[in-house]
Design a binder for this molecule. Structure first.
Ligand code: RBF
Length: 352
């Protein structure tokens, strides 16, 4: 048709004015088509940012977060053409918590990432004011709790169970009846769940136990971690739970030097110090990050909701099949632990 019109113009059968109108209309059509096709492309192209509130080295919880999301995105992208692949950007924000908010704003202000996936109990309070500024920005937050904000979906692990199981093995394994929890900092989950349920598990296993609670002051200082561990061991402590990120390397080296034992938290830690680590209580953060990412990519995220998952749901576990656990822990204690895990599986609430 366009060709015919050009021929008519060339052969002077179409006037100059009409030809001008035709070219104008053609340009409008072309521009609109281009605009719509661009808009369609950028709308359908998915982009996810992972915000790591700390550093991945020595914080299994963050390494598992990034790996889980990465795996889901890779699977989603397999066999897709370039335009329909999901982009993934991982930002490691570092341990300076004062910078986290600005770094999240820098991600949100690009408008590029439809969802920011992260993990930390402090994040709901940090992101709520950011959502007011950027109302389209969605957040999936693991290890956090927030209900009723339609831009946020949260999941947390049953850390009552995770801490109770850890306390229980520590109570069964201590010879001095003196335990310690070396924490990076105080925060509500630490003060209301991790410390009290580590204590409760230890007490239920062995009513003579006491727990010395020490604070490093940050999530990276291994020297301070070692100093605190030296000090509690001097006071007779023989089993220690470190929840202090990179500072735990110092806790392990002090325990090794002083012949004390470590109960490890979040992932299976036996290979870090096979003679010193006597137990590992894990949460399946990698599996959760993977499932939550795929759920998002399928458009099925339950925005505004929260849920807690534990042993029964397969997201909290006590490692029983590692050769170092079998080597370091006597059979009768392993039997007691197996019985406890089984009870929790069947519905025992460790809070009662
Ligand atoms: N856990 C880590 O393993 N590494 C960290 O760097 C880290 N930073 C945290 C910062 C804040 C402000 C809070 C509240 C928690 C942090 N956690 C960190 C602890 C984490 O959320 C969780 O409680 C523990 O890993 C035990 O599962």
């Amino acid at each position: 048709k366009y060709f015919n019109i050009i021929v008519l113009y060339k052969t002077k059968l179409l006037g100059r004015k009409k030809m001008k109108k035709f070219v104008k209309n053609l340009l409008i059509i072309m521009a609109t088509t281009l605009l719509f096709s661009c808009a369609k492309q950028s709308n359908s192209q998915k982009s996810i940012a992972v915000f790591v509130p700390g550093i991945m080295d020595d914080s299994p919880t963050y390494a598992k977060l990034a790996n889980g999301v990465k795996q889901a995105v890779e699977e989603y992208n397999a066999n897709k053409d370039e335009n329909s692949k999901c982009n993934l950007f991982i930002m490691e924000a570092g341990t300076n918590q004062a910078e986290w908010s600005d770094k999240i704003i820098s991600l949100a202000s690009t408008g590029k990432y439809q969802v920011i996936i992260s993990s930390n109990p402090s994040l709901p309070d940090l992101v709520e004011p950011i959502i007011q500024q950027f109302p389209a920005q969605k957040f999936i937050l693991l290890d956090a709790e927030k209900e009723g904000n339609n831009n946020i979906n949260t999941v947390c692990y049953n850390q009552y169970e995770q801490a109770y199981l850890t306390g229980y093995i520590a109570g069964l394994m201590t010879k001095s009846n003196k335990l310690a929890l070396i924490a990076a900092q105080e925060y509500p989950v630490m003060n209301n769940v991790l410390l009290p349920y580590f204590e409760k598990g230890a007490q239920d296993a062995n009513s003579a136990t006491t727990v010395d609670f020490r604070i490093v002051g940050n999530w990276y200082d291994a020297t301070k971690g070692a100093e605190l561990t030296d000090a509690v061991i001097k006071n007779g402590v023989d089993v220690i739970l470190p929840i202090c990120g990179g500072a735990a390397a110092g806790v392990i080296s002090s325990a090794k030097n002083n012949n004390a034992k470590i109960t490890w938290f979040d992932d299976s830690g036996f290979s870090r110090a096979p003679d010193t680590i006597i137990s590992s209580t894990t949460n399946a953060q990698d599996k959760m990050a993977y499932e939550k990412t795929l759920e998002y990519l399928e458009g099925k995220t339950p925005w505004g909701t929260h849920k807690m998952v534990g042993v029964k749901e397969g997201f909290v576990d006590f490692v029983q099949d590692d050769e170092n656990y079998i080597k370091n822990v006597p059979a009768e204690i392993r039997e007691k632990m197996a019985a406890l895990v089984e009870e929790i599986h069947k519905g025992k609430d460790v809070r009662n």
